[in-house]
Design a binder for this molecule. Structure first.
Ligand SMILES: *[C@@H]1O[C@H](CO)[C@@H](O)[C@H](O)[C@H]1NC(C)=O
Ligand SMILES: *[C@@H]1O[C@H](CO)[C@@H](O)[C@H](O)[C@H]1NC(C)=O
Ligand SMILES: *[C@@H]1O[C@H](CO)[C@@H](O)[C@H](O)[C@H]1NC(C)=O
Ligand SMILES: *[C@@H]1O[C@H](CO)[C@@H](O)[C@H](O)[C@H]1NC(C)=O
Length: 408
């Protein structure tokens, strides 16, 4: 099938919003699902700011010049044409269809990235000078890290602030309040390039208020983890530590064909014109919360109201993001000699085909053979959505302990 044959496997994740840079006081609310739904999506201002932080929102202008795969199939314009593409893409190699992704080509453009920076209201031991730069995956947006819903249980930013860290989190290109992009262009290579630029800006003290970063830790989720891996493998100097959540490097664990089916992709602009009407037909979304649950959650390890909240905050993903997401799994991180943490749900359906058993250590240990140290953690009971499964704070604790134990 498409991704693995093409060595450009696929991607998964996404969120947000509109306003000018402003300092926000933390608000302790957003604890009921209805209060959160729809707020914040496609706007720069967040639906929630952790009360233990001082947060600012920014539009970051970026100029991109990078290589990504050329789209080598017909572009669909309606739902019937998309279905025909999907049945072609998931057909057996015996059917002899050409690959939808062609050779790499140059893409250029000027865009804006919507981002939020939060630093602890009460700094601790200078730790606030470590800035965690967070890249979301396919499905959520920036809010993946900053849940307005039951924030004491599911908000990574709030947790990190409580441990003294600052956090910079942003909407990937095409998501939330960031610029729109052609869905037949946006790929994991786009995301890698954006992260490399943002992490460098953060290190230079840009978009971090009064904080001048002494250390930068990059963290990703799913598609965002593969983009983060690709970014540090190529330019290790952008960060002092790397954390990948919902990551798998063993392609035995990535059932590309199965995922293209279980995601039930539909044209996002047709599914939800008011939220996604400004995306071209290359942007897709799944039709219901049940499709989200299939891929991201495993009973009994999640609450249905949390799945409903997560569905309400979803962002569309591009076909090329999906088809390229796991491509970076084949890239070696030989040049990375700093701390690296991989943390994945025990029952991850997307990167481990429903169980991490036998697929999580290798080739991850070979790919990160020079990391000092490499920690591979399996988070019990969870599927893909580590941040929204029960005991998410257990995973958050693993992450911030790893950083502090390694002097970051
Ligand atoms: C949310 O916070 C604002 C400002 O602190 C407050 O006015 C409002 O009543 C709160 N809403 C809920 C549902 O708690
Ligand atoms: C692109 O499509 C053409 C025809 O549709 C096919 O001949 C060619 O092999 C494809 N290229 C790749 C890289 O798959
Ligand atoms: C991937 O996992 C399978 C199953 O455990 C194992 O046989 C294989 O060696 C692993 N692949 C790599 C490249 O380590
Ligand atoms: C919660 O998560 C942590 C970190 O993965 C784990 O050690 C702990 O056993 C988990 N607790 C439960 C009740 O699953």
């Amino acid at each position: 099938m498409v991704f693995l044959n093409s060595k450009l496997a696929v991607g998964i994740m996404a969120t947000y919003m509109l306003a000018a840079a402003a300092t926000k006081e933390g608000q302790e609310n957003g604890t009921d699902a209805e209060g959160c739904i729809g707020k914040g999506q496609n706007a720069l201002a967040s639906a929630y700011y952790p009360p233990n932080g001082v947060c600012s929102d920014f539009y970051v202008p970026l100029s991109l010049d990078y290589e990504g795969p050329e789209w080598n199939a017909s572009r669909w314009n309606n739902a019937f044409e998309l279905q025909d593409f999907l049945s072609t893409a998931t057909a057996s190699a015996r059917a002899g269809y050409p690959l939808p992704l062609g050779p790499m080509k140059r893409f250029q453009g000027n865009y804006e990235i919507a981002a939020t920076f939060c630093t602890p209201r009460t700094p601790k031991d200078g730790k606030e000078k470590t800035v965690i730069v967070a890249t979301h995956g396919i499905g959520p947006g920036r809010e993946h890290w900053n849940s307005p819903y039951r924030p004491d249980e599911f908000n990574f930013v709030k947790h990190s602030l409580s441990k003294g860290y600052s956090v910079f989190f942003y909407d990937r290109l095409g998501c939330g309040a960031s610029s729109r992009l052609d869905g037949f262009e946006a790929s994991v290579f786009t995301a890698k390039t954006v992260l490399q630029q943002l992490a460098s800006l953060v290190r230079k003290g840009k978009y971090t208020g009064k904080i001048k970063a002494e250390k930068v830790a990059v963290i990703g989720f799913s598609f965002g983890s593969y983009a983060t891996h690709a970014a540090v493998a190529e330019k290790p100097e952008i960060a002092d530590a790397v954390i990948m959540t919902g990551i798998g490097f063993n392609t035995t664990g990535i059932n590309g064909n199965g995922l293209l089916r279980s995601f039930v992709p539909r044209i996002a602009a047709l599914e939800n014109p008011s939220l996604f009407g400004d995306r071209n037909p290359g942007y897709l979304t799944w039709p219901s919360v049940y499709d989200l649950v299939m891929n991201y959650f495993k009973a009994p390890n999640f609450d249905q109201d949390v799945a409903l909240y997560t569905e309400s905050a979803k962002q569309p993903f591009s076909i090329v993001e999906f088809l390229t997401f796991a491509g970076p799994a084949e890239v070696s991180a030989d040049k990375w000699d700093k701390p690296a943490l991989h943390i994945t749900g025990e029952l991850d359906y997307i990167v481990a085909d429903g169980t991490t058993k036998g697929v999580i250590d290798h080739p991850a240990r070979e790919i990160y053979k020079n990391a000092k140290p490499l920690q591979i953690s399996v988070h019990p009971g969870a599927s893909h959505h580590l941040n929204f499964a029960r005991n998410a704070t257990g995973a958050f604790e693993v992450i911030t302990s790893f950083l502090s134990q390694n002097g970051v």
